[in-house]
Write a protein that binds this ligand. Sequence first.
Ligand SMILES: Cc1ncc(COP(=O)(O)O)c(C=O)c1O
Ligand SMILES: N[C@@H](CCOP(=O)(O)O)C(=O)O
Length: 462
Amino acid sequence: MRYISTRGTAPVLTFEEAMLTGLARDGGLYVPETIPTLSADQIAAMAGQSYEEVAFTVMRPFIGETFTDGEFRAIIARAYEGFGHEARAPLVQLAPNHFLLELFHGPTLAFKDFAMQLIGQMFQAALGRKGARVTIVGATSGDTGSAAIEAFRGLDNVDVFILYPHGRVSDVQRRQMTTPGESNVHALAMDGDFDDCQARLKDMFNDFEFRDGVKLAGVNSINWGRVLAQVVYYFTAAVSLGAPQRKVSFTVPTGNFGDIFAGYIARQMGLPITELVVATNQNDILDRCLKGQGYHKGGVHASISPSMDIQVSSNFERALFDAFDRDGNAVAQLMDELAGGGFDVSQGAMENLQEIYSSGRASEEETTATIREMRETTGELLCPHSAVGVKVAKEQRDPSVPMITLATAHPAKFPDAVEAATGIRPPLPPRMADLFEREERMTRVENNLDALKSLIKGKIAS
Ligand SMILES: Cc1ncc(COP(=O)(O)O)c(C=O)c1O
Ligand SMILES: N[C@@H](CCOP(=O)(O)O)C(=O)O
């Protein structure tokens, strides 16, 4: 299996190289050269299998020679053993033919743990046998950062720096990043919003002297390994509702487009998915684009679903690459236009996108009303991101096709929004009960590339 860049000019890599590289050297994102498919029989055989068994079947064709079957099975087993639910990603029913896929039973209570726990294990195995060390820099609107710090804390071969927007993450998210005491993890509270953090991260990747000097690696969803791990739960959920004989649809609370892109990969692999619905909050650039209004940046508006407060949605580049029939030049041109404010999508490419994705948005009031309504009608306490998904799913549903809405975080990560909607303040699970008593450790940083680079170089030298 070979990996190519969405901008067409970076070296072609193996899975291991793509995983350890992060962003491609032409500024693009790595994608598999071809998408392997699974037969209907292979998918049907997943019924009744453990999450770990399905994970092996789904991911094995993508990893090439990076790990033997035995190594890969052991990596998968270690990645998910700490999850707080035996099913790993259980489905609960909200209404006739509407289901919630609970993705928040991992160690940091968000869907990011599914991928981050896995790539933590894969990095450790790959770097350990090479005797190599890398510097991971990540950008987060709250959940990627906490999941990365949890997955990589104390590991021998990595230093981890997480840029988060100062004052724009929930208290639980911030404390998950700032309270681990291991000396290889660093939380950096940056001036600006998530887009600023992600832009500085990409600047670091595009500065080859810095990149090569610190051996920079990325664990945002620019890393193909992140997307790949998220493909698995589309299979487990769909199969438990009768796939491949029965079609299903998914609604995905969306920001950086990694999670819904994983759904697209599942569909390309042969999973019968009718609709993939992108659900956005008031930062609705993706909804507007998928409705044919072009991709034009505005400001990022802080919302009660802060992890989705994003305008420059990184993985949309991967979707565009396929919509433009894998024309790297066309994608590179659009990304240049995006740097200047935005771009319009040609009719043919738009039709390709609309054949796969539909979309909707939820305002702040609609999100709060959905949290309240779901509590009253089903007893479920939703986090605000999941509520955005449920609100959009209810509007988009064909009642004859099962709709699965992804519940991307635990309500206790966003207690203020949940309490405002329902009067209930969801408690943290017992293992985190002392989170607010632990000491915080973070560095305040300016939105300045040179300052960030020297801070990182200084910390890894010390
Ligand atoms: C809780 C939560 N929901 C939804 C999203 C959006 O996911 P994606 O960025 O993969 O579109 C995020 C951030 O990534 C998140 O943390
Ligand atoms: N919502 C994310 C934003 C970064 O997304 P990623 O999937 O590209 O890592 C977050 O919680 O940080």
